[in-house]
Write a protein that binds this ligand. Structure first.
Ligand SMILES: [Zn+2]
Length: 228
């Protein structure tokens, strides 16, 4: 099987490509994500065409899959989400780092130590990722926040104060980049409209036309994302 990634607007979808004797294209959601089975005679772009055609179905299946509870708690080998992809926790590393399918943590395999190391990893990454995405979107939307801070409020992804302070939940680092962008755009739009009026949604829509799909991801994963 070959690993592939398809860039769709703001979303990059990783999938694996399998060649087979079969006559039609097969799309399958496995524990490890999307697998496309392509008849030998078809060029690879047919796989991409099939993905685009079935995108809503794929995204909803992936969301369902990812919201399945982990088979065990936070332990060596447990699956965790990183930018919408499953990674496997590997305890006992000299330093914390991502490598392919694995997230190596500089912590022993006690659940508390793993939780702490994982939280620090998400928070450090969140600071970098959020500053970059807020800079990107605030330039395009011409809406500049006064302050950006990390939050860890349970059940709340982001907020925007009347004073122009943006808060984004570091737990969002578990969500696909496109979903994080939706939250960034949503909170920036509150700098212009501090409400959820039709004027507010018109701003969101302008920069993020497929916001309902992205918001649904958050709804489906809400509980999964806030449990850590
Ligand atoms: Zn809002």
């Amino acid at each position: 099987m070959i690993s592939r990634a398809l860039r769709l607007d703001e979303l990059t979808l990783a999938y694996r490509l399998k060649r087979s004797e079969r006559r039609s294209i097969g799309l399958q959601i496995t524990r490890d994500g999307l697998v496309v089975t392509l008849p030998l005679r078809l060029p690879e772009r047919e796989a991409e065409r099939a993905i685009r055609q079935k995108l809503p179905w794929i995204l909803s299946k992936l969301a369902q899959q990812a919201s399945q509870p982990a088979p065990q708690g936070l332990a060596h080998g447990a699956p965790v989400l990183w930018l919408g992809e499953h990674k496997r926790l590997q305890a006992g590393s000299a330093r914390t780092r991502l490598d392919g399918e694995n997230l190596f943590l500089a912590a022993n395999d006690a659940p508390d130590a793993l939780t702490l190391a994982l939280t620090r990893f998400y928070q450090r990454a969140a600071r970098i990722h959020f500053s970059e995405r807020v800079a990107h979107w605030s330039e395009r939307m011409a809406l500049i926040p006064r302050r950006l801070a990390l939050s860890s409020a349970r059940g709340r992804w982001g907020s925007c104060s009347a004073a122009g302070g943006l808060r984004l939940n570091w737990r969002l680092m578990q969500a696909p980049a496109a979903v994080i962008d939706y939250v960034v755009i949503h909170e920036l739009a509150h700098l212009a409209e501090l409400n959820h009026s039709s004027r507010f949604w018109a701003i969101v829509e302008k920069y993020c036309p497929d916001w309902p799909v992205r918001r649904d991801w958050l709804k489906q994963h809400g509980e999964c994302l806030i449990c850590r």
